[in-house]
Design a binder for this molecule. Structure first.
Ligand code: PLP
Length: 434
């Protein structure tokens, strides 16, 4: 079916508010490693990976076979019965966890559900409904997680089941505190104390943050940020929840978990996206006493830890580890970041290049330094015309998000970088003309 025709049917049958990329939306019908193909036979380098999800790439034989084998046996049994792959996956995750001591894993179907469950565990364990989140964060699209999301555009309702206070997000590029003559003093971390003192009762259940804000535009916290925050949290026993839905499994290159870039141990970790390489699965992992704080039979997820998702996720995790995709993310990501930083020197439309490993952001700005969302729209469109798919994000939708599968080669990264360079000139030229 022609994409134009499918688009018309999409508009008629699906909600109006679902946003589609590109003036002429495309349908991706096949994938192969880090390449995808649309319904008209066009080939693309997939440098967004289905919103930072297809971490091992498309149609990976080992993962496909694991899913196929499981699908031929049993799709679903529910958590009322033992599921070997679920237990195996939990054990594997615990063996890779940066958290010490006894741990448990609870499986769900998505990142939002993982954060919902983390909120449930933390508030129960601490007997408190108070949560501190960060401005510009994104923790999900379910009712509860919208309430801990610090982006107005992703919060169609102001209501929340939780009592949430927002702290300053660590965003060096536009940080009012960093304009201080001493530069970064980690005042953003100290703001957490101020929020506790001024916007809560003092008895807060948890602080939740992404090690690199994903939807927020791949915003990295400065060195020392989480260490300083953890000290503040420890004063009153507030739990630290690391939302690793985008940053886990080696994506950030130097570390397996994003939070490991900092010398802190979270109490809970939430994950999804890359865990299933596209299969619908999410999980909360963390200190056993917190996850076990619910009373028996108080909670259930019908699809959580189902045989197909856990078989696929296990094969995916093994694939990541056996092929050392983390190292590839560090190497290819390092090359790509270097190229982007060089482009930033030559193209004033690039305000900042940031991120780690294969989670790289490029903030596009107008000549006066203000966010330039139009340039981001043009950038995406021009990249697609040249066969590269990237994403965008940020409160002002002016940050380009680059997150290919961790299997991407240096040659493909070079090809994409050459396209980015060409496109930046075009975006800039249009800027001057228009
Ligand atoms: C950091 C983070 N947490 C949670 C979520 C929600 O995950 P899902 O869309 O699978 O519900 C997302 C989704 O983008 C995310 O980026």
């Amino acid at each position: 079916m022609r994409p134009e025709e499918l688009y018309e049917r999409h508009k008629a049958a699906l909600p109006e508010w679902i946003s589609l990329y590109y003036e002429k939306p495309i349908e991706l019908v096949r994938g192969e490693g880090f390449k995808v193909f649309d319904s008209e036979g066009n080939e693309y380098l997939d440098f967004f990976g289905g919103i930072v999800t297809t971490i091992s790439g498309h149609a990976v034989p080992e993962i496909v076979e694991a899913v196929r084998e499981q699908a031929g046996k049993i799709f679903h049994s529910s958590t009322l019965y033992l599921i070997e792959k679920q237990v195996e996956l939990a054990e594997k995750l615990i063996s890779l966890s940066p958290i010490s001591g006894d741990q448990k894993v609870f499986f769900v179907g998505s990142g939002s559900e993982a954060n919902e469950a983390a909120m449930l565990f933390a508030t129960t364990y601490r007997s408190s409904s108070e949560i501190i989140a960060l401005r510009s964060s994104y923790h999900g699209g379910s009712f509860g997680t919208m309430g801990i999301t610090g982006q107005g555009s992703w919060r169609p309702t102001p209501r929340s089941a939780l009592d949430v206070a927002y702290a300053m997000n660590p965003y060096h590029y536009r940080c009012p505190f960093c304009k201080h003559e001493r530069g970064c003093t980690l005042a953003c971390a100290d703001d957490v104390r101020s929020v506790i003192e001024t916007a809560t009762t003092g008895h807060v259940a948890a602080f939740i943050a992404e090690p690199i804000q994903g939807v927020g535009g791949f915003i990295e916290a400065p060195p020392g940020y989480f260490e300083r925050v953890k000290e503040i949290l420890d004063e009153t026993g507030i739990l630290l929840i690391s939302d690793e839905v985008q940053t886990a499994f080696g994506r950030t290159g130097d570390h397996f978990w994003g939070i490991e870039a900092f010398e802190v141990e979270p109490d809970l970790i939430t994950m999804a996206k890359g865990l299933g390489n596209g299969l619908a699965i999410g999980a909360v992992m963390g200190r056993a006493e917190i996850i076990d704080s619910l009373s028996p039979k108080q909670h259930i997820s019908t699809f959580g830890g189902n045989p197909i998702s856990t078989a696929g996720a296990l094969a995916n995790l093994n694939y990541i580890l056996e092929n050392d995709l983390q190292r590839n993310a560090a190497e290819v990501g390092g090359y790509l970041k270097e190229r982007l930083l060089k482009m930033a020197e030559e193209h004033p439309v690039v305000g900042e290049v940031r991120g780690r490993g294969l989670m790289l952001g490029v903030e596009l700005v107008r000549p006066d330094g203000e966010p330039d969302p139009q340039a981001a729209v043009r950038f995406l469109e021009a990249c697609r015309e040249r066969g590269v798919l990237v994403g965008k994000g940020g409160i002002k939708a002016n940050a380009i998000r680059i997150s290919p599968p961790l299997t991407v080669t240096r040659e493909a990264a070079k090809e994409a970088a050459d396209v980015f360079e060409e496109v930046l000139s075009e975006v800039e030229t249009k800027e001057r003309v228009g």
